[in-house]
Design a protein around this ligand. Sequence first.
Ligand SMILES: C[S@@+](CC[C@H](N)C(=O)[O-])C[C@H]1O[C@@H](n2cnc3c(N)ncnc32)[C@H](O)[C@@H]1O
Length: 290
Amino acid sequence: MAMRSLLSDHSHYVESFRLFLEKSTEHQCMLEFFQKKLPGIIESIGDGKSTINVLSVGGGAGEIDLQILATIQAKYPKIIIHNDVIEPSAEQIITYKERVAEASNLENIKFTWHKETSLEYENRMKASKEMRKWNFIHLIQMLYYVKDIPATIKFFHSLLDPGAKLLIILVSETSGWARLWKKYGSRLPLNDLCLYVSSVDVEEILDAAGLNYQSYELPSSMDITDCFLDGNKNGELLLDFLTETCNFTATAPLDLKKEIVEDLKKPECSEERGGKYFFNNNLCAIVIEP
Ligand SMILES: C[S@@+](CC[C@H](N)C(=O)[O-])C[C@H]1O[C@@H](n2cnc3c(N)ncnc32)[C@H](O)[C@@H]1O
């Protein structure tokens, strides 16, 4: 059986992503960043506006989106917020809608979901000539899945209203991800479904485009101890997520499996504490000006 990209099986992708969230401080580190920095970042996005337009690109199941919206709502309690979500996974959209239905304090927020990829949205907007502008756009942990990252950033940047902000969050160049992908990217099922990029690649794109931005490092880790227990189902799912490969344990060549599992334990990727291994999941938040 040949190795294939994790994204080629969306349910499997979502299952491994949920386990990753359980085992890592991925969302906690974002929440800490939102508490400390987001109020300053969104400080003036709604000044003089009757509504605030927020665009979530790859919004997933909405956990993070609702935190962002709560921060905007706290700053602008009386203004109506339009929150549009671009998300290709029907499964994620269903969970997002359930979350919204169960939440309180969302009266002033109008949600619209678009079941499509960022490129489909871009093409639809260009065809309709309806270039709606936004006060806050975020692309959180999703740039790996677009075909042309510079073009995607350029397109969403062009949709910013004056005073708006574009937030990108992705793995940091200091993370185990960046090291793992740099070393093994060419031997993993790299195809047009997933690109191995980290903060340094995005910063290079922004520099080349002459855009102004500020970067913040978000320390985070993931407990990957299960990956070293033979036959452990969670460990296998985490390995799928780490390598972005569907059924990595069953389909990867033995030598590749052995090398990756050995490297995952090394200090370049993980820290050993109390008999457990914590993978460096540091993220980077990049805030781009209009
Ligand atoms: C790692 S999840 C991140 C979800 C959410 N932003 C978060 O941080 O919790 C990536 C999301 O991007 C979505 N996605 C994948 N390819 C995409 C594309 N081409 N355009 C927009 N979203 C995409 C996936 O369905 C998934 O929900």
